[in-house]
Design a protein around this ligand. Structure first.
Ligand code: SAM
Length: 476
């Protein structure tokens, strides 16, 4: 029980006035004070759900399926001494720690045939990346996903999560998401706007979430949300699908934001009913067909999800192309890219997918559809940095290893648990069970990649990026 959860009276009065008649305020308050059940999502870019369950059950992990997400599970562990984030499986990107109700928006986005995995998609407010990584997994790294985030510090966390999870089809941007309707009208096949919100649904995770709660701040943020939704709507292709979601409960930030779009462009789109999204979805369904997930319904965080389909274009008074600096990349000429790809295949048995671009001492692998947005938007990073070049050659990156290393059929070394821990602590290792090799080597533990190293005699020199080095409480 979280007795310290801050639930001010004026907030409770506000909620009581909007709570549907079939739900009880007492249960609402009780569930706000109950700690949240832990949940995770298996990253199918790296491992199948069946293989993950088979790997974790013997370690005492009990995994109970989340009914609205094929890859989501509530988790209880017999031994919780190692934080989830320090387990070998988390470090090698096999799962993402994600609250169960936060898996709903992406499920809704992909539960219709318009959302194609090889399309051009937008995640307009993306950090820290729980939904970006969920979308990328459902796209199987195909097509392209633009992941935008306004906050610089959160952009870094997003980047780290994409790398850990082996995501290769994302272009990251750093703008107020209002720009998408102006700069990229009718560009995206599907859009997720998981909007900034007042977070009323998150008190079970953060007992102080409502410390600064006020009606004025809700009205203020609702005005921002309306602007973001309108802009996202302009950026959506006719025939495309858009999901609007928040982790808050007030009507102002949810139903009223949807209504504001309806008031402007109601004849150009329709909201879908999400009542059939999963077997018990109707318990959270509003008369309009939105999901308004109160925390007591599924014993989760509070959430709101609405999905619309755009039927036809609307006049766009917003359109104003953005100013771009000089694009710093050039396609890598075939005489450089082909020998490099052949060498990588010869050494590791995998062929990197995508288009190779270079800038100064870096070689990048851009997503297949990148040219559709090239010259229209400034990106912070595009796809994956494959290698850094120097006078006599190149060095493959950590992020390449995290994305491609699990599929390598050669050029890797398997560590035992003691060496794997040493490696994650930034130390060199002397793997006893394997014959020494030469050159760069993918370092794996139980078949999944931890990073890159380099053979020096019988030693594997550690090439883990400094910021990923852990100093204690690692997996045992
Ligand atoms: N989708 C994320 C996930 O699942 O991990 C969570 C997104 S969170 C609800 C909203 C995000 O929007 C925050 O990271 C916040 O920094 C960002 N944000 C706030 N104002 C924004 C704006 N005007 N444009 C784009 N992003 C914004």
């Amino acid at each position: 029980m979280h007795d310290n959860t801050y639930l001010p009276d004026h907030f409770l009065r506000h909620i009581a006035a909007i709570m549907p008649a079939h739900l009880s305020m007492d249960e609402f308050v009780a569930s706000c004070r109950r700690p949240l059940r832990r949940s995770i999502r298996v990253n199918t870019l790296k491992i199948s759900v069946a293989a993950f369950v088979a790997r974790m059950q013997p370690l005492g992990w009990q995994l109970d399926p989340v009914p609205w997400c094929d890859t989501g599970f509530w988790l209880s562990r017999e031994d919780e001494s190692v934080p989830l984030g320090n387990t070998a499986e988390h470090l090698s990107g096999l799962f993402y720690i994600q609250e169960a109700s936060s898996m709903l928006p992406v499920t809704a986005l992909f539960a219709c045939e318009q959302t194609r995995r090889d399309g051009m998609l937008l995640d307009a407010a993306a950090a820290p990346g729980s939904k970006t990584t969920q979308i990328a997994a459902l796209m199987d790294n195909q097509g392209m996903l633009v992941a935008n985030e306004y906050s610089s510090s959160r952009l870094k966390v997003l980047s780290a999560n994409l790398q850990r999870c082996g995501v290769t089809n994302v272009g990251m941007t750093h703008f107020d998401a209002k720009v998408f309707g102006q700069w990229l009208p009718e560009t995206f096949d599907a859009i997720l706007l998981d909007a900034p919100c007042s977070g009323e649904g998150t008190v079970r995770k953060d007992e102080d979430a409502l410390r600064n709660w006020s009606i004025e701040s809700i009205d203020e943020i609702a005005a921002v949300q309306q602007g973001l939704l309108e802009s996202a709507f302009h950026a959506l292709k006719p025939g495309g699908v858009l999901v609007y979601s928040t982790c808050t409960l007030s009507l102002q930030e949810n139903q009223a934001v949807c209504q504001s779009l309806q008031d402007k462009f109601g004849d150009a789109f329709s909201f879908d009913s999400l009542a059939d999204l999963f077997p018990a979805a109707e318990k959270a369904c509003t008369p309009e067909g939105y999901l308004h997930v109160w925390p007591q319904i599924f014993d989760s965080e509070g959430f709101f999800v609405a999905r619309l389909r755009k039927q036809h274009s609307v006049p766009n008074t917003m359109f104003k192309p953005g100013k771009l600096g000089k694009f710093p990349f050039l396609p890598l000429p075939a005489k450089e890219s082909e020998p490099m790809l052949r060498e990588i295949e010869a050494a590791f048995g995998v062929v990197p997918q995508g288009n190779l671009f270079g800038r100064s001492e870096e070689i990048w692998l851009f997503p297949q559809l990148f040219e559709q947005v090239q010259g229209k938007l400034r990106f912070d990073r595009i796809g994956l940095k494959l290698a850094e070049t120097f006078k006599k050659g190149y060095r493959l990156t950590h992020e390449w290893a995290l994305a491609y290393g699990d599929g390598a059929s050669k050029g890797f070394v398997e560590l035992d648990i003691a060496d794997a821990r040493e490696f994650m602590m930034g130390r060199d290792v002397w793997p006893e069970q394997e014959a020494a090799g030469t050159g760069e080597v993918i370092v794996r533990y139980q078949g999944h990649t931890l990073g890159m190293g380099k053979w020096v005699g019988s030693r594997v020199k550690n090439a883990l990026p400094r910021e990923l080095v852990r100093d204690n409480n690692l997996f045992v």
